[in-house]
Design a protein around this ligand. Structure first.
Ligand code: UTP
Length: 308
């Protein structure tokens, strides 16, 4: 008798992963006058390649980058450069060759242009026409946010498969940090096997610590039901005249659509501001065999610490 091996069923993430990258990156001026912030390297790899790799590893099949005029380099990063590859090959630079081949080989990349920076919600709304009729959800990854270790999108997709609707990602922050984030109002799901799955009742943008409904802050990963597009069309412009993704999610909650969060218990880096970007760069560099040991030695000396 031939016995079939039982493996735990994998729930695929939505086949389309969306990366909104049309923002102005004002916190990174003057660098972002000419260099899109999504291309700033974390050690040597642009942030957008790191999130594209996360989407590919989770089973995403195509990446739609929402870009803006003048940021063509973001999409170009995913196009094969045969001339560069030829030169590296001829010079025997095989490690570098592998590195430049990685981004174009990750997954199919398409782009859509957001003509004006009208907010994250508006950026997400720009991809609707690109979806096939049978796509009932999308994954959204903000390229500013590194959520580590990777894998949270798979958990979020599993939660959607079980509970329907949309699933967001949260990280637990300290009370003194909460006012910098979008914060979830949540309740426990009685039958949840995973204590990190919570039902979302609402969301508050950047609350004072004393008004925060929880310490669970939004991290830039979303599995959104296709209904989000209809909700985005119906929300009014919010803060700064922008269409906010959180307002559309709030509308879905109000109308009774299930929205849950998965609390991610690993680490998270915010590449959207110079301070967070530097921490990410140091964190990644310390892990590298080529730069880590010397960086550690220098940091110890620079900070006047003694090596243990
Ligand atoms: P942010 O507000 O963090 O990015 O948006 P930003 O607008 O580029 O940054 P600052 O505040 O000016 O420094 C989160 C994500 O949403 C995208 C951004 O590119 C970023 O990845 N976004 C934002 C858009 O694609 N379109 C927009 O209109 C706004």
């Amino acid at each position: 008798m031939v016995c079939a091996m039982t493996t735990q069923a994998q729930v695929p993430i939505p086949r389309t992963a969306v990366v909104p990258a049309a923002g102005m990156g004002t916190r990174f001026l003057p660098a972002t006058k000419t260099v899109p912030k999504e291309l700033l390297p974390v050690v040597d790899t642009p942030g957008i390649e790191l999130v594209a790799a996360e989407a590919a590893e989770a089973g995403g099949q195509r990446l739609i980058i929402v870009t803006s005029e003048g940021k063509d380099g973001v999409v170009a990063h995913f196009v094969q450069d045969l001339i560069l590859e030829g030169k590296l090959e001829a010079r025997g630079k095989h490690v570098m060759l592998e590195k430049v081949r990685r981004a174009p080989g990750l997954l199919k990349v398409e782009s859509v242009v957001q003509s004006e920076p009208l907010g994250l919600g508006h950026a997400v709304g720009c991809v609707e026409d690109k979806l096939d009729d049978d796509e009932d959800a999308i994954a959204v990854l903000l390229p500013d946010d590194l959520v580590l270790p990777t894998g949270v999108l798979e958990t979020m997709s599993k939660v959607r498969a079980k509970r329907g609707g949309s699933v967001l990602c949260a990280i637990e922050v300290k009370p003194e940090e909460v006012s910098a984030y979008g914060v979830f109002d949540v309740e426990v799901v009685p039958d949840a096997a995973n204590p990190n799955v919570l039902k979302v009742l609402g969301m508050v943008e950047k609350p004072k610590a004393e008004d925060a409904p929880s310490l669970y802050a939004a991290a830039g990963r979303y599995v959104l039901d296709r209904k989000i597009f209809d909700a985005l069309r119906r929300v009014k412009k919010g803060v700064g005249g922008e269409i906010q993704l959180t307002d559309a999610i709030a509308l879905l909650i109000e109308e009774g659509h299930p929205v849950h969060v998965v609390v991610h218990r690993g680490s998270r880096h915010d590449l959207g501001n110079p301070g967070g970007y530097l921490k990410a760069a140091v964190d990644f560099a310390l892990e590298r065999d080529d730069y880590g040991p010397e960086l550690r030695r220098w940091l110890v000396e620079r900070l006047g610490l003694s090596e243990r």
